[in-house]
Design a binder for this molecule. Structure first.
Ligand code: SAH
Length: 360
């Protein structure tokens, strides 16, 4: 039996059933037994693979994206380049290599990494030590000033709450215990959700499930406020939907396969689909413009993903050329990651649209 399961059982016995957000937070971020705390989950041998791990083109294009945003905001002498949830640091390594093509931008960069996992911080340090990164447990300690924020597959890992509409009203989905000590879902007593669910989602049929991600809303509204105040931009890439109601998207992955989120607490990657509608609402203000979401395929191709892949092929042998082609297709083909993954950008309201978002 996992030690985390024991800890969860104790908490539920003492305090009653817990929200999905609390369950996710314990499973993903418990310092000792949490999923991210004690392993490197990424890659072919891990549980899932992400775009920067598939092709160097992904991080390189984002590095160039950041360089253009830096130019758009008037080339400040010092720019905080921030990555939320940098994983193995691969995106940032590729981005900084590309950013070096514009030395004045490269020299202005102060690197900040928001990362809760000690294991992944060590890997990031090995690969990024030359750039003297500053690590943060969360975004609240980021310094004031112009900043460019990058987040790939970060928001899908943040804890969500789920609410279910029944005949008489709303209930929260909770995690409780069965008689045999196993974890099971149950519903809270009737509750008032007016402060918890946006009005546009409240007039729904019984049986409908609505998800909210309070952490995502808090983080993004703070970042948007800083961008509105000091200038800069943010690029958020994740899989998700544009804000329409989609019901239950809470899922667990282990060894590249789906499983039940309540099985193996702390040993599976728990995520939910990002609700871009909620992110847009959180980031929109008088001082910010929000662009997108647009499909990853559209975003990457408008930045020159195809051309970059062709250039890489020129210096490659036959086998490598095929690998480059397979990787780029995985990123930009709509049947693979091109459509499901989407890009959202934030900039200050007096700025031009960031690269890739001009045709909005
Ligand atoms: N961006 C990387 C990794 C994605 S996995 C890539 O594309 O490959 C999610 C990343 O977010 C991991 O680095 C994980 O440790 C980090 N993370 C998850 N929840 C977090 C939280 N609440 N605070 C800070 N980092 C978190």
């Amino acid at each position: 039996m996992s030690e985390l399961l024991d800890i969860l059982r104790k908490e539920i016995r003492m305090q009653g059933p817990i929200s999905l957000a609390r369950y996710m937070e314990m499973c993903l971020s418990h310092p000792k037994h949490g999923y991210y705390g004690n392993r490197d989950p990424l890659g072919v041998d891990g549980d899932f693979i992400t775009s920067p791990e598939i092709s160097q083109v992904f991080g390189e294009l984002i590095g160039l994206w950041a360089a253009v945003v830096w130019q758009q905001i008037g080339e400040p002498k010092k720019i905080r380049l921030v990555e939320l949830g940098p994983g193995r640091g691969t995106l940032m390594v590729d981005a900084l290599r590309a950013a070096n093509m514009l030395p004045s931008f490269f020299d202005s960069i102060e690197l900040h990494l928001v990362e809760s996992s000690k294991t992944l911080r060590k890997i990031q340090n090995k690969r990024l030590a030359d750039y003297f990164p500053v690590w943060h447990d969360d975004d609240t300690t980021l310094p004031d000033g112009p900043m460019i924020v990058i987040a790939n597959e970060f928001f899908d890992a943040l804890p969500i709450r789920q609410f279910e509409r029944r005949e008489k009203g709303w209930h929260e989905k909770l995690v409780g215990l069965q008689d045999d000590g196993s974890l099971a879902y149950l519903l809270s007593p009737l509750m008032n959700v007016n402060e918890l669910i946006a009005k546009s989602y409240r007039n729904v049929e019984p049986g409908t499930i609505v998800e909210t991600c309070p952490a995502a809303i808090n983080i993004l509204s703070r970042i948007a406020e800083a961008i509105g105040c000091y200038g800069g931009g943010a690029l958020i890439i994740d899989y998700g939907h544009e804000g329409s109601l989609v019901g239950n998207t809470f899922q667990a992955v282990k060894g590249h396969k789906y499983c039940s989120p309540l099985e193996w607490p702390g040993d599976t990657d728990l995520t939910s689909h990002v609700n871009f509608g909620q992110l847009i609402e959180a980031a929109t203000s008088l001082t910010t413009n929000v662009y997108g979401p647009i499909k990853q395929s559209v975003f990457l191709q408008s930045l020159g993903a195809r051309e970059r892949a062709e250039a890489l092929k020129m210096n490659a042998n036959e086998a490598e050329r095929e690998k480059i082609e397979i990787a780029i297709r995985r990123l930009i083909d709509d049947r693979e990651m091109g459509k499901m993954f989407k890009a959202l950008a934030i900039s200050r309201s007096d700025m031009l649209p960031p690269p890739g978002f001009e045709i909005e």
